[in-house]
Design a protein around this ligand. Structure first.
Ligand code: NAD
Length: 359
């Protein structure tokens, strides 16, 4: 099904509000999810609504919560997310960090115990829009692990994303935003919903052997696990996200003393730098631009149309999907509508809010 993006956001917001989020929070979270769809990350788009609704209905996520400063060391601030909606407490934490970075040249915000933050790139882009470089180390907790340690067979992590953005004055920021697994868990879920295979080196079966079947994670009897990307190096970055995001920035890591009640929670350590405080802003911009041009001028490999920078696929996807609509597979859409019923809403009235472009 092809759905027009503003109507998809209206639909998403109505469901989230029905599940208990205040209207302003529901609108902001709906925009965050639809933006992920627009940018090509369906794993972090409206397909997350069923788990957000479940989190609110089960009272594991508090949709009214705001970020609260719990330790203030000027340039370094610790913030309790209080299981508030990730988009809400996450942007509030970014606002605190941006303000400190404008004062001190550098800022660090440790956000703990936020409900699912969604696409981390949104937080980095928000900092980049203020002219700041930012790095975000995130761990994922709250439910059972899904990812093996390098060389291991049993599960120890979830998908720990890392993100870094370099601002450009024209808004065309360079944004590296990635899970430290070969694919994001939501992409395995989407593949399972669509009945398709996942890329190689993404999953292992119960014997630790390579498989492309998403059923080993999302089937009725999940016995497999996900793999960190890039062998020992990607695994190393996953460990650093766990320790900086969870132990330094947040309140807990995946080690088994901590509760796993089912709702996905994130801890995020964000470090922001004002380029103007480091050196000459004009020469920084000039050098970044010149390097980008040099990279873009690469001769493409056979079968590649042109070389891209991190963040480019998202910009291309957003342009296409804004013009043509967002493709949602029928299984995922059915789950979204089921979640509307779970929130006590009338399924048909909610479905009618979405403007289908391929009717
Ligand atoms: P991905 O593999 O699609 O992209 C990763 C990065 O590679 C992006 O910065 C992208 O711009 C870049 N990239 C992709 N193709 C490229 C190319 N041809 N040339 C140059 N650069 C290219 O992303 P992913 O790892 O599947 O992550 C998807 C999303 O999941 C991210 O937004 C991430 O923040 C989110 N995530 C969130 C959580 C959470 O708990 N909140 C957990 C894991 C992932």
């Amino acid at each position: 099904m092809l759905i027009e993006h503003t109507s998809l956001a209206r639909t998403a917001s109505a469901i989230l509000e029905g599940a208990g989020a205040p209207r302003a929070h529901a609108d902001a979270v709906a925009h965050h999810l639809v933006e992920a769809n627009l940018k090509g990350h369906d794993s972090h788009g409206v397909g997350m609504i069923p788990s957000y609704v479940k989190g609110m209905v089960d009272k594991q996520v508090d949709p009214n919560r705001h970020a609260k400063i719990i330790k203030d060391n000027n340039a370094i601030v610790s913030v309790d997310g209080g299981t508030g909606l990730g988009r809400i407490v996450g942007f509030e934490a970014m606002d605190i960090g941006i303000e400190r970075t404008k004062n001190f040249g550098i800022g660090c915000v440790a956000l703990g115990n936020a409900a699912h933050l969604g696409r981390i790139g949104a937080f980095a882009e928000y900092c980049a829009d203020q002219g700041l470089v930012s790095m975000h180390y995130v761990n994922v907790v709250g439910h059972d692990p899904m990812v093996v340690a390098f060389g291991g067979r049993d599960r120890r992590f979830i998908t720990n994303p890392y993100c870094c953005a370099v601002p450009r004055p024209n808004g065309e920021h360079v944004v590296l935003d990635m899970a430290t697994t070969t694919v994001a868990a939501g992409k395995v879920r989407v593949a399972h919903m669509k009945g398709t295979a996942v890329p190689s080196q993404s999953l292992v079966d119960e014997n630790g052997l390579e498989t492309t079947d998403p059923g080993v994670i999302f089937g009725s009897n999940p016995t497999g696990a996900m793999q960190p990307f890039g062998g020992h190096k990607g695994y190393g970055l996953m460990v650093i996200c766990e320790l900086l995001g969870g132990a330094l920035g947040g309140v807990f890591t995946m080690q088994p003393e901590h509760p796993r009640r089912g709702a996905t929670l994130n801890n995020m350590l964000s470090i922001m730098i004002d380029p103007e405080a480091v050196g000459d802003l004009a020469s920084f911009d000039q050098e970044v631009g010149a390097m980008m041009d040099y990279i873009y001028a690469s001769t493409p490999a056979e079968g590649v149309d042109h070389v891209r920078l991190p963040g480019d696929p998202e910009k291309e996807s957003a342009a296409t999907r804004m013009a043509n609509g967002i493709e949602i597979d029928p299984n995922s859409w059915n789950s979204v509508l089921n979640s509307a019923e779970h929130a006590g809403l009338d399924r048909d009235s909610i479905a009618a809010l979405a403007h289908l472009l391929d009717d």
